[in-house]
Ligand binder design. Structure first.
Ligand code: NDP
Length: 236
């Protein structure tokens, strides 16, 4: 078993973030989640935070630090989509997705790095997507935000790698959550045809990879992009 850590997962009230928080609890860690609404799984501390607001992120960290100690593992999971073809995409559709998915991760990672530098230990995991490297028609905003996370993790690795801090990206494929439930049936069937595994994944399958990257055994893995996509993005 890995050393018990203080973990913060953004967007831990549902979907993939909820499953990640559950997995960390099951592995014996001290776990906090951020939520705008609702709560994290049993055994977690829920704090309010909107990742588009640096002051809100700062306050959430302060609350977690006071209750559970310095954050040693951070998972930037909060994300949104605003899909439409580029010709129809407004500038607000683009910037709001970047603001939540990419700048939101920056705000969270920057705040987390303070304590990690002091501790000379940290695990940063950014939840990207297969479409970050694969591309996706109708998701110019989302795909750009998700590939941006790769540059973020790799630059953080170069800046903080010598201080015991790792920064990695997990790139899920098609995971059964509210986000994907919104996609039309026909589009879901089309995706499934292209997935070598021939199925979608559960949020728990993403959570296992995130927990492993955050554990004692993954200290020499940094700047990596770990796909959890049933082979959908191979070669990218
Ligand atoms: P959901 O739509 O089910 O959940 C999104 C989570 O993000 C919610 O907890 C939501 O909080 C939170 N969130 C959104 N905006 C903000 C914000 N401004 N501040 C704080 N929290 C916010 O998504 P999934 O669980 O499906 O996705 C989680 C992550 O995984 C996302 O980054 C997504 O892009 C990525 N991903 C998902 C895939 C999938 O197939 N589902 C595939 C690849 C990547 P609230 O409930 O308050 O809105």
């Amino acid at each position: 078993m890995s050393t018990p850590r203080t973990v913060l997962v953004t967007g831990g009230n549902r979907g993939i973030g909820f499953a990640i928080a559950e997995e960390f609890v099951a592995q014996g860690h001290r776990v906090a989640v951020t939520a705008r609404s609702g709560n994290g799984p049993e055994g977690t501390l829920t704090v309010k935070a909107d990742v588009t607001d640096a002051a809100s992120v700062d306050a959430a960290f302060a609350e977690v630090e006071a209750a559970l100690g310095p954050v040693e593992v951070v998972v930037a999971n909060a994300g949104i989509t605003r899909d439409t073809l580029m010709m129809r995409m407004s500038e607000d559709d683009f910037t709001s997705v970047i603001d939540t998915n990419l700048t939101g991760a920056f705000r969270v990672v920057k705040r987390a790095s303070k304590g990690m530098l002091k501790a000379r230990f940290g695990r940063i995991v950014l939840i990207s997507s297969v479409v970050g490297l694969y591309g996706s028609a109708g998701q110019v905003n989302y795909s750009a935000s998700k590939s941006g996370l790769v540059g973020l993790a790799r630059s953080v690795t170069r800046e903080l790698g010598a201080r015991g801090i790792t920064a990695n990206v997990v790139a899920p494929g098609f995971i059964e959550t509210d986000m994907t439930a919104e996609l039309p049936e026909a589009q879901q069937a089309e995706y499934k045809k292209n997935i070598p595994a021939g199925r979608f994944a559960s949020p728990a399958e993403v959570a296992k990879a995130v927990a492993w990257l955050s554990g004692d055994d993954a200290g020499y893995i940094s700047g990596a992009v770990i796909p959890v996509d049933g082979g959908l993005g191979m070669g990218h």
